[in-house]
Design a protein around this ligand. Structure first.
Ligand SMILES: [Zn+2]
Ligand SMILES: [Zn+2]
Length: 160
């Protein structure tokens, strides 16, 4: 017969038990952090501006949004016809529509000068070189633009 007591592991406060016991309780919430915001949600305790959790989650989401490089959907066609390739006149003649990833900043996405040692970049600019890519080293006006450049260079790996 089943006695139960012999096989049951030593009782310990499992995570579920602890979590269930905090529903509705504010005590223990790490206010002013994204974690605190999640605790609010889980515990069904409203987060407020006063406790800092609303601001924390806004900052957290804004940071993640920039990390994701939202402008990474430039196509090869846009790339080749937007002046990125450095062909004179093309960027002037093209209609001024800026699809995602097409930056109006002059020189953004241009091939890096071949000179060695490398000239210092303007403030905030980024030099992108992906090892093994058939794309040359290029310079970008910002981290966001550079992320697009990295993605493109990764798509154009030279045959191994
Ligand atoms: Zn809070
Ligand atoms: Zn740019």
């Amino acid at each position: 017969m089943v006695s139960g007591a012999a096989t049951r592991p030593t009782p310990r406060p499992t995570q579920e038990v602890m979590a269930l016991s905090v529903i509705g309780k504010e005590e223990g919430i790490v206010h002013g952090t994204p974690k605190g915001y999640k605790q609010h949600r889980y515990r069904k305790v409203p987060a407020t501006e006063a406790c800092g959790c609303l601001k924390a989650i806004r900052d957290y989401n804004a940071e993640r949004a920039t990390d994701r490089a939202p402008r990474a959907s430039v196509t090869a066609h846009q790339w080749n016809n937007s002046g990125f390739t450095g062909e004179p006149g093309l960027s002037r003649a093209a209609r001024v529509v800026h699809p995602p990833g097409d930056c109006p900043e002059p020189g953004c996405g241009a091939k890096d000068a071949p000179a060695e040692p490398k000239a210092p970049l303007p403030r905030g600019w980024v030099r992108v070189q992906v090892g093994g890519s058939s794309e040359p080293t290029r310079v970008y006006c910002s981290g966001g633009c550079a992320a697009v450049g990295v993605a493109l260079a990764e798509l154009r790996m030279a045959p191994a």
